[in-house]
Design a protein around this ligand. Structure first.
Ligand SMILES: [Zn+2]
Length: 228
């Protein structure tokens, strides 16, 4: 496959640039989220990345891609038959379907996992569920965030049915009750979905706030988190 591609690029290059030797060329297939093909010049070498969805495309299509990329690179006009052939191929039913699937898979949010350095968010959820919710809440995905941002302690992500806790709190200096409190707060969001009061969204209703104070270290946790 690679040899064939190199040959196709070489022949296309010769058509566009007769009598000039082609720079060294690397072609690789790449798992882009979308069908995407790129070409760039780096330190005098050409680097081409083709969407792995095009692996196995018929020769005329590969020729069309080579033409489009090299024409772009060297600012030559793209010949219409090549442009049409490529467009037809990627909008064909099989490729469109594959692309859609791949987009769903690769575009999906990465879930980092419940196990942190200091504690496991699933165990915290299960324990709080028994102590405060009669075990009635269905456990969503529990995960530490990927980054260490502190502006959001935690949040419930309905699109992925996940409670995400900022990784900034996965640290031995953070008291256990503070992490418990963050999880408890998000569990209350599961229990009290956002209500519309008139036109105002009421995120932390009076009931929510009353129940929040039932957490034994509520005051201490709030103060600790405020100081950060
Ligand atoms: Zn909240």
């Amino acid at each position: 496959m690679r040899d064939k591609l190199l040959r196709i690029f070489q022949e296309t290059y010769d058509e566009l640039h007769p009598r000039t030797p082609m720079p060294e060329l690397t072609v690789e297939f790449f798992a882009f989220v979308n069908i995407n093909n790129t070409i760039r010049m780096r330190e005098g070498k050409l680097l081409v990345r083709l969407s792995d969805l095009l692996e196995g495309a018929p020769d005329p299509v590969l020729r069309a891609i080579a033409h489009i990329l090299l024409a772009k690179m060297y600012r030559k006009p793209i010949e219409r038959p090549h442009a049409t052939r490529y467009r037809r191929y990627i909008s064909g039913r099989d490729i469109a379907k594959k692309a859609h699937l791949v987009r769903q898979m690769r575009g999906r949010k990465r879930i980092e996992g419940a196990q942190g350095l200091t504690c496991n968010l699933e165990s915290i959820f299960d324990d709080l569920n028994t102590r405060f919710f009669h075990g009635l809440l269905a456990r969503p995905q529990m995960t530490w965030s990927r980054d260490h941002a502190r502006n959001r302690l935690g949040h419930y992500d309905p699109a992925h049915n996940a409670i995400v806790v900022s990784r900034a709190f996965d640290h031995p200096r953070v008291p256990f009750y503070a992490v418990e409190y963050i999880v408890y707060h998000e569990m209350l969001h599961l229990k009290h979905p956002v209500k519309l009061r008139g036109s105002r969204r009421c995120v932390h209703s009076a009931e929510f706030q009353t129940e929040e104070k039932l957490f034994p270290h509520w005051e201490k946790a709030k103060q600790f988190l405020k100081r950060l």
